[in-house]
Design a binder for this molecule. Structure first.
Ligand code: NAD
Ligand code: GLY
Length: 367
């Protein structure tokens, strides 16, 4: 397929960039050649599992460049300042300079970490996101949010750093274990709940085809979901308004991930439980009916996602405390995103702590 034939959607932000959909890994080199005449050195940041599967295919197209591969162990705990420092040491050893281009090859953890590295190394070097998980393809690779975690909160140290391009090869999803697919479905169902009731219906009716990984149905789902993300970040790249809606479920989910030390609950599971908590809160605020809350819970369960969780070492009150580090808060006041029926969401500034605590109690029980 020639570059001109590849499907792409454009993020029309301050620095516009294309999101290629269904673009073969082997062809990224040709695209880079067409865009960056001065490019000589490429640093691929990935983990070993992803590299074993895909780095050879990617490197096939990069033969004219000097390419180094940097490996990061898998896992959310790798999104840390310690790992960033180790990456910097290794990158310097490889002769990385201001003209180097970073390719983040992997899921959301690699995308966020490598992206943050690219944003601060020598005050910023070029970045291309090559997402290989469903979550990264429909969500994290698009929009330029890059970050590492801090013990006090998730993604607390980060930046808005748009990539030069997002290169999405759907075939990488073939090797993704179902548990990881579920994590991506949580974000994709979130997109449906925020902005596209038709996509929500699609998830309800296409269960069998999606679980069978029917290629055309998957393509439709990834395309529709990433298009929602592109549209929202194009309107509000730096989250001054509408982009905040993309955090639906995340204030709860992030608190849960932080409370569990980024170990026993994945990001997708946290989002799933957070969506249910937000739906309960929306019902309290008169924004959702009981039947709509049940529809959300039912859809998440259909795809194997949790709608409640047993926790040790935390309780609803301590999780409420952890929400204080949420980046949306203003002057100590909690700002929450709530669904309004199916297919719309609102920013709510008037949820009281007792109301939020009540929502927590609907989704967590202490072991
Ligand atoms: P992940 O990056 O940890 O990847 C999950 C696992 O899948 C890893 O073990 C990885 O090795 C493996 N993997 C990756 N691609 C594979 C493939 N094609 N085949 C087989 N295995 C593969 O997890 P994730 O769910 O992709 O990302 C979660 C992260 O994304 C969280 O840190 C979250 O905060 C972040 N996130 C960021 C944004 C954003 O806008 N920047 C949005 C949503 C989530
Ligand atoms: N995942 C939330 C955002 O990109 O804004």
């Amino acid at each position: 397929m020639s570059l001109a034939e590849l499907q792409k959607i454009e993020v029309t932000a301050a620095k516009p960039y294309p999101v290629f959909l269904g673009a073969p890994l082997e062809e990224l080199g040709e695209y880079l050649h067409s865009q960056f005449k001065d490019l000589e050195h490429i640093l691929i940041i990935t983990n070993r599992a992803v590299a074993e599967l895909y780095v050879e295919r990617l490197q096939k197209g990069l033969r004219e460049y000097r390419v180094n591969v940097l490996f990061v162990p898998a896992g959310e705990t790798e999104k840390s300042l310690e790992r960033l420092s180790q990456l910097t040491t290794a990158a310097l050893r490889f002769g990385t300079d201001r003209h180097t281009l970073v390719i983040a090859l992997g899921g959301g953890v690699i995308g966020d970490l490598a992206g943050f590295f690219a944003s601060v190394f020598m005050r910023g070097i070029r970045l291309v996101q090559v997402p290989t998980t469903l979550l990264a393809q429909v969500d994290s690779s698009i929009g330029g949010k890059v970050a590492v975690n801090h013990p006090a909160g998730k993604n607390i140290i980060g930046a808005f750093y748009p990539p030069r391009a997002v290169w999405t090869d759907f075939t990488t999803l073939d090797s993704l274990p179902w548990g990881e697919v579920e994590n991506g479905l949580a974000e994709s169902i979130k997109h449906a709940l925020i902005a596209d009731s038709g996509l929500f219906d699609f998830f309800e009716t296409q269960e069998e085809s999606l679980k069978r990984r029917d290629p055309s149905i998957w393509r439709a789902m990834v395309t529709r979901s990433s298009t929602i993300k592109v549209k929202i970040v194009s309107q509000d790249e730096c989250e001054q308004g509408v982009r905040a809606l993309l955090n639906l479920g995340h204030s709860f989910g992030h608190a849960l991930e932080t409370g569990m030390n980024y170990r026993s609950v994945t990001h997708g599971q946290g989002v799933s439980i957070g969506l249910v908590a937000a739906a309960h809160l929306a019902k309290t605020k008169g924004l959702m009916t009981e039947a709509e809350v049940d529809r959300v819970k039912c859809l998440l369960s259909t795809y194997g996602l949790p709608t409640e969780i047993a926790i040790k070492g935390q309780d609803p009150q301590s999780l409420l405390q952890l929400m204080q580090a949420d980046k949306k808060n203003q002057g100590g006041r909690k700002i929450l995103i709530l669904p309004q029926g199916i297919g719309q969401a609102v920013i709510s500034k008037d949820c009281s702590d007792p109301e939020i605590l009540d929502a927590w109690k609907q989704v967590v029980y202490v072991e």
